[in-house]
Each structure stands twice: as structure tokens, then as C-alpha cells.
Design a protein around this ligand. Structure first.
Ligand code: SP5
Ligand code: ZN
Length: 344
């Protein structure tokens, strides 16, 4: 299986900012997550790991607005200029939903326009890390065009909470959406989001479209992040009606209940009959995940991988969340195993 990865993400790291335990809550999304996965891949001798190609900004601009990309690119520097501060990161403090038509001119007021929450700190490497993460997803998609049955993008930062002009929940660019849209020129694409949290960014990006089916299984947003999207009644808009589906699940969801709803999602994907599948693969459904409540075991991830693999679609797997660092790598390997060993 082709695996795409770049170590540029390592500089997108905020742990040194604080020793305050409450603030450290912001730092679940850390570089060590990737080390855990690389170690587990190495244990399996899955050494086919290469750096992503550079696809330029064009495929990213098809999903994200230029205003938002400019903001991301300059947020850290604008803040340092404006505040005449020295520091390692820009820590946002005015997130929210700014409903005005145009963003304010200056950071931090712009955050109200471009952010849903505060879990999106920015330092001088964040923009490049996000672009490179998107490139890993695009390389994963390109593998499928080259005839691979599956490929894995070891993406960091993650992407599924990011919308056309919004970041949130550790996500800056929507890697899965960028990859799916890129593939869409060559055939029909479905996105299946199995992260613990609703894929609200992906939902919003494709909400009006009928050419890409988006499905998300996740903790019910009535009590879990992101709260403002991911409800069962949200099924798309206009010609996109019926081309988005949410499966909000209860706290403590275990493998049996999860697989039950996954099989419904798989039926919907079959009915759509896509040529390609992109999986937003989050591992925060794990029983020991510090951000989740679900009860999926390592073996459960293998069974979930098997069910998705059984669709026999060319499948690009893109990393999203997963915060139990020590066991994350083994869980990822368990999920990938059915794909890696599948017989054509
Ligand atoms: C990609 C992804 O998985 N993003 C997740 C963003 C979730 N942000 C929620 C932060 C709330 C933290 N509260 C944690 C309490 C755990 N003990
Ligand atoms: Zn998540």
C-alpha cells in the first residue's frame, strides 16, 4: 500500500506554550501521534512511505476561498506585527460565527469570521504543514488514478472540521474534500467519515452538490463537538438533497452498534455506485481515546476496515483524529490491514 507522509508537520507544535493543565487540553493534536503510526507501520515492515508531490494551490482553491487561504498564511505574522510580541504561536481568542459579509481587516477580529473554535492555533509552520497535509491526501488520490486499490495519506494537521473559509477542531484545510474533489473529475466519489466527531467541514463543503456523496458516522452533536452540525435531518440542500447523510450515535457506542450503522452507510454508498471512495479515517472512536466516549477496540478497527474494504472500491484513506497516542499506531495498522492484504 502506498503511504504518503512528510515530516513538515513536526513544526506545527504548540506544547511548549503552556504547562497549564487546562490549556494543555488544546494540545491533543500533537506530532507524537504520527510517530506512533510510523512506528507501528515500521513494525509491520510497511515501508512504502514516500513524500507527497506538490500539487500547487489550484486543487486547494477549488475547496477553500482565497480570502481564507490568505488569512491562514498571514495570521501568525499579522499577529506578531500587530501585537509587537515575540512568541511561538498565535493563540486565537475571538472565535465564533461572524455573520457579516466580509471579514474584519485585522486579526484577531478576523477569527470570528474564519474560526469555529479555539483549537486552531497557528505558528509560522502551520500554513505549510496544512498545505503539505493536503498534498498527502492528493497524492493518495492520485495513487488510485494510477490503479492502486488503496492508499493512505498520513495527514497532519487533520481536515474534516475545516470548511471553505473556516478552521476549527485542529483542522485548517479539508484534506479529504480536496482529494475527493480532485478525483471527481475522473469519476464519482463518495466520502465516508468515520472520525468520532461529525465531519462538519466536509458536510458544509459538499452540502449543495449531488456529484459527491458524503456520509459521516459520529457522536451525536446534541452533546458532542461540533454541536452545530452532524444531525440526522441534515441531508443536503437544493440539488444536493439526499447526498449527505449523518449517523449520530449515542455515547459509549460499541463495535456491534457501530457496525450496524456502518452497514447502513455502506448500503447508501453502494446505491450511489461511486468509482472512488475517500475515507476520513479518525481513530478517536477508540475505547481509550481521551476525547471520545466510544468503545471501539483495536480488533474493532480491523473489522471496520474489513467492512469498508469489502466494498471493493478504490479507496483513499486520509488520517483525521485519534488521540490515544501510544495505541494509535496499532489501531491504524489494524484498520489498514484488510486493505493491505486484499486480493484483487
Ligand atoms: C480532528 C478531530 O478529531 N478534531 C476534534 C476536535 C475536538 N475538539 C473538542 C475539544 C473539547 C475538549 N474537551 C475535552 C474533554 C476531555 N476530557
Ligand atoms: Zn475527531
Amino acid at each position: 500500500m502506498n503511504i504518503y507522509y512528510s515530516d513538515i508537520h513536526k513544526k506545527h507544535d504548540f506544547r511548549s506554550n503552556s504547562n497549564d493543565e487546562k490549556e494543555l487540553e488544546l494540545y491533543y493534536e500533537v506530532p507524537d501521534r504520527i510517530d506512533s503510526i510510523l512506528d507501528a507501520l515500521e513494525d509491520e515492515n510497511w515501508s512504502n512511505i514516500t513524500a507527497p508531490d506538490d500539487f500547487g494551490l489550484e486543487p486547494i482553491k477549488k475547496i477553500h476561498t482565497v480570502e481564507y487561504l490568505d488569512y491562514l498564511k498571514s495570521a501568525y505574522y499579522d499577529w506578531m506585527d500587530q501585537s509587537e510580541k515575540t512568541g511561538v504561536a498565535y493563540i486565537p481568542y475571538k472565535p465564533g460565527f461572524n455573520k457579516s459579509d466580509l471579514p474584519y481587516d485585522d486579526i484577531p477580529d478576523q477569527d470570528g469570521f474564519f474560526m469555529t473554535d479555539m483549537n486552531v492555533e497557528v505558528n509560522e509552520s502551520t500554513y505549510l504543514a496544512a498545505i503539505t497535509s493536503a498534498n498527502s491526501a492528493l497524492s493518495t488520490a492520485t495513487s488510485l488514478l494510477n490503479g492502486e486499490k488503496s492508499a493512505f495519506g498520513l495527514c497532519r494537521p487533520p481536515g474534516h472540521h475545516s470548511g471553505a473559509s473556516i478552521c476549527g477542531g485542529f483542522c485548517f484545510l479539508n484534506n479529504a474534500a480536496i482529494a475527493a474533489n480532485w478525483l471527481n473529475v475522473h469519476g464519482k466519489v463518495a466520502i465516508l467519515d468515520i472520525d468520532y466527531h461529525a465531519g462538519n467541514g466536509t458536510q458544509s463543503i459538499f452540502y449543495d452538490r449531488n456529484d459527491i456523496l458524503t456520509i459521516s458516522l459520529h457522536a451525536d452533536p446534541s452533546w458532542e463537538y461540533p454541536r452545530y452540525a452532524g444531525y440526522a435531518q441534515e441531508t443536503g440542500n437544493g440539488k444536493g438533497k439526499g447526498f449527505h447523510r449523518n449517523f449520530p450515535l449515542p455515547p459509549q457506542t460499541d463495535e456491534a452498534l457501530y457496525l450496524h450503522h456502518l452497514s447502513e452507510a455502506i448500503e447508501l454508498i453502494h446505491a450511489f455506485s461511486p468509482d472512488f471512495l475517500i475515507v476520513s479515517a479518525g481513530f478517536d472512536t477508540f475505547e481509550d481515546d481521551p476525547l471520545g466516549t466510544f468503545q471501539i477496540t483495536r480488533n474493532g478497527f480491523q473489522n471496520i476496515g474489513q467492512e469498508i474494504c469489502s466494498m471493493r472500491l478504490p479507496t483513499g484513506i486520509v488520517l483525521e483524529g485519534g488521540y490515544q497516542i501510544e495505541k494509535l499506531g496499532r489501531n491504524v495498522v489494524a484498520f489498514l490491514e484488510p486493505f493491505a492484504t486484499q486480493v484483487l
